[in-house]
Design a protein around this ligand. Structure first.
Ligand SMILES: [Zn+2]
Length: 331
């Protein structure tokens, strides 16, 4: 049985401090997208009407039943056009729903991120946007014991490394048209560490495991000061379970497995890195709150860290509004 936890209108007193009986029931209506009728209510304070739908994240959606299957497809290495074909809707519909999903996922995650103690683990995975002359770095930060994905970002890189003379010519031609591509690895890593700073416990050292890239140490000391402890490890050691960076290597391998955009040798590469960033937010929602750490445990990373009481189904993480920020909601 649904009980309105607050008045949905932010200007009303019953929005932040609802009394037990701030509302009374006020009729029913039949939405076109659902088989059953929906209860309406009226706020005793502001006299405005609302319904159960006012609290749903999928209010105004014509086909809300597609949201959970769409989330599953986005983590099943399926691209947007394919999802549209599978779900039987227009391409524009899934494009719009993808943006909604990313926004909702980011809010859901940020409303639950709190008091992390560490240690933490960071690595950058590399991909590209559009073509091979536009590489993108994706720093990924996790809590390694629970495999909880704390933050990720996407920043541009200039193509480097081994190139044939023909490839060098192509890069020069590309840069003549688009200008020299900036390398913004530092800005992307900084964004990820700033997110960590917002959800740290107030005291104690901040331990960061990573490979030996000096940038991590420099940024860590700048952001966390004396609390920062860097634990660098060799990146060339064998990448198996005994590797101290196994949790982050494994996380990045899983992201490549779940996200069509990150697959190697695929047509589904991102055209714009912003969309990759948004897809990573969707991935964090599912990987942290819906998917168990391993198939055998049944415990999700968020559960292991005490950030969620249980494993959620895809329908549950997409059910309720998250745009009110960190308010205590009684669902
Ligand atoms: Zn009200």
């Amino acid at each position: 049985m649904f009980v309105p936890p607050r008045c949905p209108y932010a200007a009303c007193t019953a929005h932040l401090t609802p009394t037990v009986q701030f509302f009374h029931r006020d009729g029913l209506y039949h939405p076109r997208c659902r088989a059953h009728s929906v209860q309406r209510y009226r706020c005793r304070l502001c006299r405005r009407r609302f319904s159960r739908q006012s609290f749903r994240a999928d209010r105004n959606h014509k086909k809300p039943h597609l949201n959970a299957p769409f989330l599953r497809l986005m983590l099943a290495c399926v691209a947007l056009r394919q999802s549209a074909r599978i779900l039987g809707v227009a391409r524009r519909t899934v494009e719009r729903r993808f943006l909604w999903l990313a926004r909702h996922a980011a809010r859901f995650h940020s409303n639950r991120l709190a008091s992390l103690a560490g240690p933490f683990m960071l690595d950058e995975l590399e991909t590209f946007e559009g073509n091979r002359y536009q590489p993108v770095t994706v720093p990924v930060l996790i809590e390694p014991r629970s495999f909880f994905l704390i933050a990720s970002a996407a920043g541009p890189l200039r193509r480097k490394g081994r190139m044939t003379p023909a490839q060098r010519r192509l890069r020069a031609a590309h840069e003549a048209v688009h200008g020299r591509r900036p390398s913004q690895s530092a800005a992307a890593v900084r964004a990820v560490l700033e997110c960590l700073r917002r959800c740290l416990v107030s005291q104690g050292p901040v331990v960061l495991h990573s490979d030996r890239k000096p940038l991590y140490d420099r940024l860590g000391r700048r952001l966390f000061g004396r609390r920062f402890r860097w634990a660098p490890h060799s990146a060339s050691a064998r990448r198996d379970r005994n590797n101290p960076l196994f949790p982050i290597n494994h996380t990045n391998a899983r992201l490549r497995h779940f996200l069509s955009r990150l697959r190697r040798r695929s047509w589904c590469v991102s055209k714009r890195r912003l969309r990759l960033q948004q897809h990573l937010e969707v991935a964090a929602l599912w990987v942290n709150y819906c998917r168990p750490i391993t198939n055998r445990t049944g415990t999700t990373p968020a559960q292991a860290l005490g950030l969620a009481p249980r494993r959620y189904r895809e329908e549950e993480v997409l059910a309720w509004r998250e745009d009110w920020g960190r308010l205590p909601i009684a669902h």
